[in-house]
Write a protein that binds this ligand. Sequence first.
Ligand code: DP6
Length: 330
Amino acid sequence: MSIATARVGSNIAFIKYWGVADETLNIPLSNSISMTLADAHTTTTVAWDDTGVLERDVFVLDGATQSTARSQRLTRHLDILRDLAGVEWRAWVTSENNFPTASGIASSASGFAALTVAGCAALGLELDATRLSAIARRSSGSASRSLFGGFVEWAQGDSDETSVAFPLHGPEHWDLWDVVAVVSGEEKKLSSAGGHLLAKTSPLLDGRIAQVDGWLAEVRAAIAERDLHRLGPVIELDALAMHSVMMTSTPSLLYWQPGTLEILQAVRRWREEDGLAVYFTIDAGPNVHLICEAETALEVETRLGSLRSVERIITSRPGPGPQLLDEHLI
Ligand code: DP6
């Protein structure tokens, strides 16, 4: 049995990935930029059955054995690794998130990155982070960015080799926090994978894509200068632009709940009336990520705690890239 365990942080995008140019390879319509999270991670052990006894992949997620239907995306990803190594072995995979699913933090980003790192290590494939990023991208675009710590950009590229993430700055560069306000812990009805395909039906898609190169340049510069007041307006604009594309797709994707809007308006009020340095971004769900510097995080958490629609708060700092662990979950 060949076994390895990896721990990988999830990430929050400042400039989003939404819509695909190539749906088989998950080549996006633009670059995207994110911050890898220290306090929201997935730990995954992959054990390959080199005896050939195991008939199908077995996937245990947060203590629960997953049905064949729920293991499909995992099995397809393991097929990519099997092809690379030229083996037909099945695998036991055990995975644990240290954050709740449907919390507004992407478990597929950290999940597919951890599966890639552990699965390849257990196969003895010695691949660098860039190559691993390309492999992770095949099953979850945002996972490509979790192969690096700190502040990360995913280059759109035009092939499997060139559509990969690369690091901008390490996690120590800027103590920027992501305070997630969870307004609904319900699982979303449509996966992002389905949403990427709908993006092309929105009349607003071309407008966002035409602007995004300028926004990327602004975000790169703001991160380099550690300037939250330069970063914040652009990340809010891009999150709203992405949600405008989602809302105007056919069928329309409306991820927001009343609580989402309550938080967006509160953030703007705190900033305008009290000078609180905090900005928002939103992924494919109703929960709101509040981005602020370390010194403001406690105040942001306290204020969020007084809002009626906030069910729970999850806070994370910038985190490292993937780590291989000696202790296995199996
Ligand atoms: C809105 O295709 O990476 O988070 O279906 O969960 O794997 P999964 O998501 P993915 O799309 C992520 C979309 C996004 C924006 C982003 O992270 O860039």
